[in-house]
Design a protein around this ligand. Sequence first.
Ligand code: B12
Length: 216
Amino acid sequence: MGKELIFEEAKDAILKGDKKRAEEVARKAIGEGIDPVELLSSGFIAGINHVGEQFGIGKLFLPDLILAADAMKSVTEICSSALPQDKIEKKGKIVVGTVEGDIHDIGKAIVVSLLQANGFEVYDLGRDVATQKFIDKALEVNADVIGSSCLLTTTMEGQKKLEQELKRLGLRNRFKTIIGGAPVTQRWADRIGADAYAEDAADGVRKIRALIAGKK
Ligand code: B12
């Protein structure tokens, strides 16, 4: 089967919230040698974004969103475990989490997998993470970078609060910060004073690499 057709199938399986089919498509595609990152971005993520749009205009409802998210989680795991691991050297320590009040963690999971696959040491704090928890962990492990994810416009304040707290505690120069998530932009990063913004997981890896290179 052609690549484009597989991506369409992947998208459709997420759109229908059909976990079993989504898993089948993922395994089959990987078995055929398709790049798991491309499969995610051109197939499954395209599907979940479409689900989000349909939900936004009232054509899909919360139960549909939950089914699609469940399927998405499962294929994210399948794709992540198929990533070739770069274990040659540890390239830096990253603390990652989804901000307080926000339980969206599919995108963050992709970022974590891709960072790990690229040889970074990742401390994943999960979702609904309080500002202080990001800071405590970063201090504990002596992190290079703190990455925060946010999917709701109402929780974006959490990313701002992190910047403010780091400043207040005199720690702003000790860690680099990167932010991501669908409603987040470069403009928001500039406004709150984050060191970088990433559009997607691959961009995140690139930017984090640059941030760490700049530190040394
Ligand atoms: C799946 C989903 C859910 C799932 C989440 C399951 C889970 N475990 O994550 C469930 C069903 C639980 C859910 C709940 C809700 N959701 Co919701 N959800 C979505 C949906 C459809 C997809 C999100 C997603 O997974 N995208 C796919 C991933 C791969 O993309 P991503 O997260 O953007 O991540 C990529 C990049 O942004 C970047 N990135 C992300 N984070 C980071 C971090 C770093 C450090 C870096 C470098 C990069 C990076 O890399 C990722 C990979 O490439 C979005 C729609 C959308 N377009 O975003 C709505 C959406 C975010 N949800 C929405 C809403 C309203 C809700 C609810 C309030 C609904 C309700 N009435 O209860 C609740 C809120 C719960 C809460 N307190 O958090 C709205 C938000 C509107 C707004 N303006 O804020 C959206 C936009 C839907 C819509 N169109 O209305 N949701």
